[in-house]
Design a protein around this ligand. Sequence first.
Ligand code: EPZ
Length: 420
Amino acid sequence: MDKFVIHGGRRLSGAVKVNGSKNACLPIMAAAILSEGACSLHGVPHLADIDTMSFMLGELGVSVNLQGDSLGLLVEDEGCSHARYDLVRKMRASICVLGPLLAKRGCARVAMPGGCAIGPRPIDLHLRGLKAMGAEIELHGGDIIASSKRLRGAEVFMGGPFGSTVLGTANIMMAATLAVGTTVIECAACEPELSDLAAFLNAMGARVHGAGTPHVVIEGVEALRGCEHTVIPDRIEAGTFMCAAAITNGQVHISPVRLDHMMAVVDRLRAMDVIVEKAGDGVEVSCARRLAPVDATTQPYPGFPTDLQAQLMALVCLADGNSVITEKIFPDRFMHVAELARMGAQIHKEGPTVIVTGCKKLAGAPVMASDLRASAALVLAGLAADGETVVNRVYHIDRGYERIERRFAALGADVSRISD
Ligand code: EPZ
């Protein structure tokens, strides 16, 4: 397994390019199952999760061909509609093949995702929505067995105890494109990745209205054609680089950035005295002084994203005072707390809330990556810490960040990848 060796204390400077959004690509790739023709997706990052989804689609009869950052997708065989457990357990986003398989082929066998380092990953809202559209669903040996001669439009409420569901909304949106009649999704998730999915679906001839709002209307059509689409920039990757500039007191130009997708993140960074200025199709982020403490609570979009909670926590570990961070989406998403404490961070956890007492310096140490975003937080802490930090099991990071060590090194960081 690979690890990163980081010698901290260097200010980052220069410019870094943001890749296409992983969380837009994954449901869009699944949506290709719905198409009668060839689809081309541009701006696709080279990530382990993209490879996993490509492999899974291959098993589902979709030919996938990556050339540079363009992905060609074409359904060639609809014989197998079984998404196997050993692929789904590696990437829970695989669940978003369920809706397209059911809508296009009338049947699907998809392994239940199970849990992961950030907590349980239930799919009850996905199944509730598909049942409302007439799907027969049963559980057998840990797999969801779903069937439907033809899905029918329905009114579907997608709210749960933690708000709406991003991939649940994606599943129902995709399933509804080929249903008979009109589907209304109430309490839909509003993340920009869903607006991007809707743009892809509509480019295929679907009729999706209101994506990005809690009220989405989908008029079913008979068939969907191939199309071309360029994915939106990855707002979580952009936010991670913003935090890296801030935590090293550096100055970095980050582009492309859709600032309208990142207002909650920019708000919290500016509250910490980080300078974030629009610059061309991106932003210039700098911080020449000690960070101010801040309070933050993760919320469904457009609130502060749970996927940047760990990275923000690394930042506030060095703030001049006490910060309070509350996690409202995945209350157990705190695997990074114990590892940051190994570097000298002062963090007190009370249920879904942590109180962080800022310290002047973190000390480098060997730490263990556990999930994608927690791992990114440990790298950020290592960039700022005194001495050497070794981040183990960086395969977690490779799931969502393309060769991030090279990109940090190009900004002046002393970071290298070592293969065990
Ligand atoms: C998406 O996961 C993202 N993944 C996650 O990013 C992100 O953290 C999450 O949305 C929240 O924004 C992708 O887009 C591939 P949810 P998803 O369903 O859709 C509960 C990353 O780091 N819930 O919106 O699986 C659930 O337990 C990943 O890139 C139910 O109760 O998340 C959670 O508490 C990690 N029942 C909350 O809703 C359900 O049926 C939000 O989950 C579904 C979800």
